[in-house]
Design a protein around this ligand. Structure first.
Ligand code: GDP
Ligand code: IMO
Ligand code: MG
Length: 428
């Protein structure tokens, strides 16, 4: 059984927590897109782990974690993350990095900052990890892949050629690229540390799927940050949607049996770009404080707003969700009446779906329905019936409005603060 876990909104839906929870029964956990722009938090055995590149399944020693071809991998960040994770938990699962994954190098990070500066008031608010420039190189066919990176002779030649070509690009910003010797000397050290992990990830994965092993694909970012389907240009440079799991791993669509869409019980977004249900008032601030909504990767305050079912319906179809995972229900406690956007209106007309263009996304008026809120601490609940009646009604409302059953509910960051409603939708 191969299953994908996807962010249904704008990222930070608690995918990391859910992947960790589900992957105790997985033999393989695979990151298929993005890089260290992701920040996936797992709270396990009394410790908090923040994963940026390693799949969140790595805490299960019997599970193999794969960094697949669709990723862009920053070696400096990966080496640090491996060290930090081992310092907290010495025994990790095996890690395999695809030979085809692309490498993020210092010039990508410099260009990310230069390009953001040049955008002025139209900044995307990127994570400044060099993600856009690394994917640009891949599309332009000048990227350096893992197999080349860990071969010292090849890396030397490729790096020299790329830096020569980058001279022209940097000169447009009145800058020069990083010096070859500086980059090479630092990064060949990382290559030595990473080499043992680089292997035939695609072959291993295809063999695992053919043998019927349990494979979990871990999405990063979220549906509305998808390069094609999100609020372009305020998006990331890869494909977080479920289809991205096929492109990024070498597993075809007919081999995927389930897609869990992770959504918060409300909405958040980091960075700029359209956000129809954003709350710029005290309620937005209350959600940010109650939910501690500050970025895992950059520490930036997250923009907060009401749940947007109009957007989630698009997400459900774009990803073929088989089940929903509704997280952070506890954060809405004590907020009073809850609003949920069920449709959009644009220029006085009701839309059948979502507008695909940012200039319209930015102008839609959400049509809200009001639901009764709830009070009190719910972190100790272990079954649906332990939750306030109003919370149960909220969940039923979402299921009906999105048209997808709720498979899992999350009521706190811990592994035990998870309620499985439909085990059949979690592992078949
Ligand atoms: P991801 O990027 O989708 O993996 O999400 P992040 O890790 O960036 O952000 C989710 C945050 O919510 C983390 O700090 C989690 O520890 C925390 N978290 C996960 N589930 C819950 C929940 O149900 N309730 C609360 N209050 N926090 C949660
Ligand atoms: P996880 O996996 C939330 C956002 C950035 C910015 C835009 C482009 O933790 O959910 P990039 O650096 O990718 O070029 O930035 O995408 N972004 C995320 N927002 N969660 C993430 O990852 C994100 N990864 C990128 O804030 O708006
Ligand atoms: Mg995150």
């Amino acid at each position: 059984m191969t299953q994908v876990i996807v962010g249904a909104q704008w990222g930070d839906e608690a995918k990391g927590k859910i992947v960790d929870f589900v992957s105790d029964r997985a033999e393989f956990v695979v990151r298929y897109s993005g890089g260290n722009n992701a920040g996936h938090t797992v709270v396990a055995n009394g410790k908090e782990f923040k994963f940026h590149l390693l799949p969140a399944g790595v805490l299960h020693p019997g599970t193999t974690s794969i960094l697949a071809a669709g990723m862009v991998v920053c070696p400096r960040s990966l080496v640090r993350e491996l060290d930090e994770t081992r310092a907290k938990q010495p025994e990790l699962g095996k890690v395999v990095i695809s030979r085809a994954a692309h490498v993020v190098l210092p010039y990508h990070m410099s260009l990310d900052a230069l390009e953001e500066d040049a955008r002025g008031k139209d900044k995307i608010g990127t994570t400044s990890r060099g993600i856009g420039p690394a994917y640009t190189d891949k599309v332009q066919r000048s990227g350096i892949r893992m197999a080349e990176f860990v071969d010292e002779g090849l890396f030397r030649a490729r790096l020299q050629a790329v830096l020569d070509a980058k001279e022209r690009l940097f000169s447009l910003f009145g800058q020069t690229p990083p010096k070859f010797d500086d980059v090479f000397d630092e990064y060949r050290g990382y290559a030595d540390q990473i080499r043992p992990y680089v292997g035939d990830a695609e072959q291993k994965l295809q063999d695992a799927v053919a043998a019927g092993k349990r494979v979990l694909m871990e999405g990063a970012q979220g549906t509305f940050l998808d390069l094609d389907l999100g609020t372009y240009p305020f998006v990331t440079s890869s494909h977080p949607v479920a289809g991205g799991a096929c492109i990024g791993t070498g597993i075809g669509p007919r081999d995927i049996q389930g897609v869990l869409g992770v959504c918060k019980a409300y909405s958040t977004r980091v960075g700029t770009g359209p956000f129809p249900t954003e709350l710029l008032d005290d309620t937005g601030e209350q959600i940010r404080q109650q939910g501690n909504e500050f970025g895992t990767t950059t520490g930036r305050p997250r923009r907060c707003g009401w749940l947007d079912v109009a957007a989630l319906r698009f997400s459900a179809r774009a990803n073929s969700f088989s089940g929903l995972v509704i997280t952070r229900l506890d954060v809405l406690s004590g907020l009073g009446a809850l609003q949920v956007a069920t449709r959009y209106r644009l220029d006085g007309k009701e839309l059948a779906g979502v507008p695909m263009c940012s200039h319209e996304w930015g102008r839609v008026e959400p049509v809200y329905e009001t639901l009764v809120g709830w009070e009190g601490e719910m972190g100790a609940a272990r079954a649906l019936s332990d939750l306030p009646r109003e919370t149960q009604d909220y969940v039923r409302f979402i299921e009906e409005a999105v048209g997808v059953p709720a498979a899992i509910l999350s009521i706190g960051p811990g592994r035990e603060q998870t309620i499985v409603l439909r085990p059949d939708l979690v592992w078949g």
